[in-house]
Design a protein around this ligand. Structure first.
Ligand code: 7RM
Length: 648
């Protein structure tokens, strides 16, 4: 065994009890919530829901007709009222809702609850003026600026359904999402900053809209100031519209089960799934988890580094913190701009107390060295969080010591776009943590491990499973309920299948091992191998493509593509680059493959299925697994030699 491996094993054995000083002041100090939730799960969730403001109380907490759940049936509320009005009414309008730090250093804004409330009301009126009605879909394609929260909450105020598209996605990806959601308005910006360069958001939006019917208006926020064409009658400047809008827009009373948003996420086919979240249950779930997992109090400054284009940004930059009425920090840019210590400079400058980021970022910080955080005062930090992928024990230990100064508990939170909110996590004041383990289910969430036949695995490896409905769960896949049933509810009866493998130790703690399907997790971003394959075969030179994930030191996983060219075409270096570029153009830079191997054949079974398992063995430099089912075992042996020759 290597010393590295031994160290990892020892780290996994380590246990970190919550520091006494932390527990003493924590919102949850003992195990009673677990007990309460076990005895009366619905009553427990109803207690949480009562902490929100309702326009009409619910008649029934849960209606479960598998695989469809309705929470707080008959209840009416408005998400924007819960995130804004009630805090203002309670006299907290002067409290900072958002601290915004732009990418260009010095670019900073602080927005109070009262200001955010006024802006949301104005933008809600703007949307109405553009013909947006309750139930209509609005696509939001913005950088990380406060206006992204304004746009989301304005949609919620009038009962429109937002679909936020990450600014790193291409024009084509945006078009697909606009089409699928049948959005009628796009909210975008002239551009967004990324490492000093400008991302041409409006240009992408124009390209997307040119190829889709149905978009009636485009609202354009001025962010970078570069000139962009404005199409008369369709395109309007954000500022102009806001200047003419009233700061009072009565909130639409929404049914608890009315849609709040659609967020697209990758699955095992080439077509992303529109995950549908509704209002009452979702807000209850994110409110509860934001409060207890991050132990948030009025004095905290909470920084979740996720982009609002991902679910983590929806739940823990916007809806959770604002529903709770705390101060959230939002940062526009990259962690290494202008210097690799930008995050620590921001933490020090704004006195961040609770910091939530992804393992891929932590591994990058490790590589950049401890001198960078050491230059800044991180003494205000009291709690750290991790999300998006498994955190390796070395990264956990580094995070704990170097960022947390050994005094901050770490909450490793497992959840998904589909779950809406955190599902498996420590509670920082009570849970003894172990590096690499997300520990146990949040009170009111029922998780276990099952084998393929649905038998429970107490200790050992299996598939992660959620055995009862929870408030923040997705309600369906937009426009494709059959796929919803198939993907999530067909593996076992009445049990949700998240697609993750996990193991459990004898203390009952979960260790999430990663996806068991064709979905990859590259730097914390979900990418379907099929999406990348479709993008590759879309190129005129490509006959066939297979994409697999290979482990990567920083990104967790990286993409390796095996490509067969059309008859008579030459594999060249420029073509390799062109194909990578093609994928970036089709999907977005986040899907650009690290390696492309050109090959005359791909390993296939006799029935013609590509054996991706063997390609993964090759990409990861392992001995080949079972090749007996191959039509021609020589193909894979040749490929392996070729791959190794290319690596060296
Ligand atoms: C929140 C988010 C979901 C997938 C999920 C897992 C992986 C997320 C953890 C994790 C191990 C964690 N939504 N994942 N959190 N794996 N430990 N704490 O990431 O829809 O984009 O991705 O991410 O594989 O299924 S997501």
């Amino acid at each position: 065994m290597t010393t590295d491996r031994i160290e990892t094993l020892l780290d996994e054995q380590r246990r970190f009890a919550p520091p006494a000083a932390f527990s003493a002041a924590a919102l949850v100090r003992d195990l009673t919530p677990y007990e309460r939730a076990r005895q009366d799960r619905e009553g427990y969730w109803a207690d949480w829901a009562r902490q929100l403001e309702w326009m009409r109380p619910w008649d029934r907490v849960l209606e479960w007709t598998p695989p469809h759940a309705k929470w707080f049936v008959g209840g009416k509320l408005n998400a924007s009222v819960n995130c804004l009005d009630r805090h203002v009414r309670a006299g907290n309008g002067g409290r900072t809702a958002l601290i915004w730090e732009g990418e260009p250093p010095g670019d900073e804004r602080r927005i109070t609850y009262a200001e955010l409330h006024a802006d949301v009301n104005r933008f809600a009126n703007v949307l109405k003026g553009l013909g947006v009605r309750r139930g209509d879909r609005v696509a939001i394609y913005l950088p990380m600026v406060p206006e992204v929260a304004v746009a989301m909450l304005a949609c919620a105020r009038i009962g429109a359904v937002h679909t936020v598209v990450f600014g790193g996605f291409s024009a084509e990806s945006l078009r697909d999402r606009i089409d699928d959601a049948k959005a009628k308005v796009v909210v975008t910006a002239d551009g967004g900053y990324r490492r000093g360069a400008v991302v041409p958001l409006k240009q992408n939006a124009d390209e997307a809209i040119a190829a889709t019917p149905g978009i009636e208006h485009v609202v354009v926020l001025r962010r970078t100031g570069q000139p962009v064409p404005m199409r008369a009658g369709r395109d309007r400047w954000w500022d102009d519209l806001m200047a003419g809008a009233a700061a009072d827009c009565p909130p639409e009373p929404m049914d608890a089960e009315d849609p709040l948003y659609i967020l697209y996420t990758s699955g095992t086919t080439g077509k992303p799934k529109g995950i549908l979240h509704t209002t009452g249950g979702y807000l209850t779930h994110v409110y509860a988890t934001t409060k207890w997992v991050f132990d948030l109090k009025d004095s905290d400054v909470f920084w979740c580094t996720a982009d609002v284009g991902w679910v983590t940004g929806h739940s823990y930059v916007v809806y959770g913190p604002l529903a709770l009425g705390v101060t959230a920090l939002m940062y526009e840019g990259a962690p290494d701009h202008p210097g690799k210590d930008r995050f620590w400079a921001i933490c020090a400058k704004h006195g961040v107390t609770v910091f939530y980021t992804a393992p891929t970022a932590i591994r990058a910080f490790m590589k950049w060295g401890p001198e960078l955080p050491a230059r800044h005062d991180l003494s205000r930090l009291r709690l750290l969080g991790s999300v998006g992928e498994p955190i390796n024990p070395e990264a956990w230990m580094w995070y704990h010591r170097t960022i947390g100064g050994g005094r901050c508990p770490i909450v490793d939170t497992w959840w998904q776009t589909e779950t809406g909110g955190i599902m498996i996590t420590p509670l920082p004041g009570v849970t003894t943590t172990r590096p690499g383990s997300a520990t146990i289910a949040f009170p009111g969430i029922e998780a276990t491990l099952l084998d393929g036949e649905g038998r429970e695995v107490q200790v050992g490896g299996g598939y992660l499973a959620i055995t009862s409905p929870w408030p923040g769960m997705l309600r369906t896949i937009w426009g494709d309920d059959e796929r919803y049933r198939q993907v999530y509810w067909s593996k076992w009866p009445q049990t949700y299948f998240p697609g993750d493998g996990a193991k459990r130790e004898d203390d009952g703690y979960f260790w999430i091992l990663g996806r068991v399907d064709d979905v990859l997790n590259v730097a914390g971003h979900r990418i379907g191998t099929m999406e990348v394959e479709s993008a590759l075969v879309d190129h005129p030179a490509v006959a066939e493509a297979a994409v697999v994930g290979k482990s990567h030191e920083l990104k967790g996983q990286a993409l390796a593509a095996f490509v067969t060219l059309k008859e008579g075409l030459q594999a060249t270096e420029p073509l390799r680059e062109e194909l990578k570029q093609h994928v970036a153009k089709k999907i977005g830079a986040l899907a650009r493959p690290d390696d492309i191997l050109f090959s005359a054949d791909l390993p296939k079974t006799r029935s013609g299925k590509i054996m991706r398992r063997l390609l993964k063995d090759i990409a990861e430099g392992r001995a080949l697994g079972d090749t007996t089912t191959l039509a021609d075992p020589a193909v894979v042996a040749r490929l392996k030699d070729q791959y190794e020759a290319q690596e060296s």
